[in-house]
Design a protein around this ligand. Structure first.
Ligand SMILES: Cc1cc2nc3c(=O)[nH]c(=O)nc-3n(C[C@H](O)[C@H](O)[C@H](O)COP(=O)(O)O)c2cc1C
Length: 280
């Protein structure tokens, strides 16, 4: 059983590759968290967690899911984790294992990171990679993933292949805690109404259903804080401000007109999603 989250597709590629190698079920956390989050394992089945690093921590949606989930008789099952990142992960895996311990689940004994194209562009010093760098990262990641898949298929314990980067504890617990506490918010998304072509790609790319098209609201809708969904995308995208957005930037990166921005800072930034690039 492999639980995964992905915004711009890097991690989906890694998760799908691992699920093919192990022959085990692939479960998308945003869909799973809508249900009971109760699972039973087949004999000898592995438990995998595969997710992008967000602010040197596992994304909030992954941490909340682990708090909620229950796996029957999980003890003794092989557990592994893989995170994709643009550069480094700090102590993301210690945080993950702390969450698993608190939830009464087995800790991941084998830990992997894959450096992949950068998706975070909302700070002054953060840019997408050049197309050349993206290609280099993807080629190395493909080789590494092949090797990691073999270790996972053979249930190798204690394999640790991660890039923590400098000051890992500080980056995760000080910088990362501030980042995930204060900067993971959908309140800064804007839409350029003249550039938007109402194609709805932002809505279909969003993994958590945090953005929909806004048509018109009746006074009753306004009173109930409810959105009227437009089926033909006549209006403009709106973010719900209800905590469902993980700031994965799938909406920003998939917009074919670069009409979606995060504050002013991303107006001149590149766009990327797995399988496609629109770089700076
Ligand atoms: C909100 C956010 C925070 C990020 N934080 C980090 C980070 O702390 N370290 C890092 O190396 N990459 C970071 N990245 C880059 C992503 O981890 C990386 O591009 C990842 O492969 C994206 O996976 P996805 O395409 O499955 O969403 C961040 C990206 C986002 C959107």
């Amino acid at each position: 059983m492999l639980f995964y989250f992905s915004g711009t597709g890097n991690t989906r590629w890694a998760a799908e590759t691992l699920a093919r190698a192990t022959g085990e079920q692939l479960l998308f956390i945003p869909e799973e968290q809508q249900g009971r989050c109760e699972y039973a394992l087949a004999e000898g089945e592995r438990i995998g967690f595969v997710f992008p690093t967000h602010g040197w921590q596992p994304p909030r949606i992954v941490r909340n899911f682990i708090k909620k989930m229950h796996i029957d008789h999980a003890e003794g099952h092989y557990c592994y984790a893989l995170t994709t990142c643009g550069d480094s992960i700090g102590v993301t895996m210690d945080i993950l294992n702390g969450d698993l311990r608190k939830a009464g689940l087995p800790e991941a004994s084998s830990l992997f990171s894959l450096v992949m194209p950068e998706s975070y562009v909302c700070l002054p010093f953060m840019y997408t990679d050049t197309p050349e760098k993206e290609q280099r990262k993807l080629a190395v990641a493909a080789e590494q993933l092949k090797a990691y898949a073999e270790l996972i298929v053979n249930k190798k314990e204690g394999e640790v292949h991660i890039r923590k980067g400098p000051l890992p504890w500080v980056m995760s617990h000080i910088v990362g805690s501030y980042f995930n506490g204060k900067m993971v918010t959908d309140k800064k998304f804007t839409v350029d109404s003249e550039a938007c072509i109402h194609c709805g790609r932002c809505v279909s790319a969003c993994p958590t259903g945090a953005v929909t098209f806004f048509e018109e609201q009746t006074s009753e809708d306004l009173h109930n804080n409810a959105f009227t969904h437009s089926h033909n995308f006549d209006g403009l995208p709106v973010w719900h401000h209800d905590g469902s957005c993980t700031c994965c930037l799938a909406c920003y990166h998939h917009c074919p007109k670069h009409a979606i921005n995060y504050g002013k800072i991303t107006r001149r930034r590149g766009q990327y999603y797995f399988g496609h690039t629109l770089s700076n």
